[in-house]
Design a protein around this ligand. Sequence first.
Ligand SMILES: [Zn+2]
Length: 466
Amino acid sequence: MRFATVCVSLLCAVTPLAAQTPASAIDWDSLGAEAVRNLSAYLAVNTANPPGNELAAARFLQQLLARDGIEAQILDTAELGAGRANLYARYHAGSGKKAIALVSHMDVVPVTPRYWTVDPFSGAVKDGYVWGRGALDMKGEGLVQVMALIALKRSGVPLDRDIVLIGNADEEVGGNGAVVFAQRHADLLRDVEFLMTEGGDNLVDHGKLAYYGVGVAEKRTFWQKVTVRGVASHGSRPTKQNPVPRLVAALDRLAHYETPLHVTPGVAKYFHDIAPQYTGRQRAWLADVAAALKLPAARAWITDNVYWNAILRNTISLTVLSGSNKTNVIPSEASAEIDIRLLPDQDTSAVRAELIRVVHDTAVHWETMYPPKAPLESPIETDLFRAIVRAAHERDPEAQVTTPMLTGATDRPTYRALGIVTYGFDPFKTEEADAQHGVHGNDERVSIASVVFGVRYLYDVLRYVQ
Ligand SMILES: [Zn+2]
């Protein structure tokens, strides 16, 4: 609405070409209703992974795009296995600047239906929400991407950049969809400068927007398995070759080890941006978090917040333990799995050398469980970031657009490794409680207001980045 009002005034004459097309050319109410209907149908395509079954989702999106004359290709079916696929479409701008890619994963995590109040694959629309597995992670966002693209095509907005749409398989298990896509179709991505996908959350707490979040960085998983070998024997006669106490001593040293604090650029901006929400010395500390971390009182307060602590350092969580499976048997081997998450600019071999130094026991055998993904940290000073800020401020003039780091993992590093500036972008205003409850949980749902909001918000971002 705000844009339509502005655009009939003389202001239009001085705005850039791409911003000139009146948004009133689109009936946003009916497009919003269409988006809700399409999302309901999309959520009814069961892509719980395993097994995934993303081919059905890809066909669904392909048909949706075809209705508006946008041709999409179903790719990688042989490589990904039975019932699985990636999706690719490109809307041609016909002029020179580099492309923007909108990426979503089509798979969802499994459900336990008895904990849900609706059928998680019915696409129920009720009480102002669209309900179903994937509503927030991330079929909702994927569908918004499709509808924003359709809106651009229908409105005939002149574009300087091609818009690429990608649907990936298997994000929730192995990330194989994105990996196969990047390996096999680097040619389709060669001219892509910017990429938007999950991994940036707008924070809404009790109806109040705290900030628009753009994910420019994420932690890297660097999971380790540590093993100590010994000699199996009867528990009634203790020996020095029992591997369990040795493992426990090693883990105890790790548990007491404090990783160094380290401020990356996006994290510094995030703290600086949220500082005005605080008062007194806390506001001053957050405004310059690197300086604050040198003060014991500030450091204690900041690291007491589990999220803030996790974006300021490499973290170590001791999780899986295994020794004997019988009380009276000393095992021949004891092992533990450790969930280690690194800041994006960390060197994996230096971290591992430090862990080995901390444990200080050559009997402990280290194994990296999965090869770490490429680091993800994208620059902030870009046309896309400025476009997001502009579109966000048109909606909420006072809102901060900031850069919280994701502590979890997404497919983004696979694309960032190709040199593409990769952002997490959230088109929704989701209540913190709904996200906490629904993402990978039960009764996942997205508000109809968010779907309607999201299509137009993304549409504007895509126009402004031209
Ligand atoms: Zn996801």
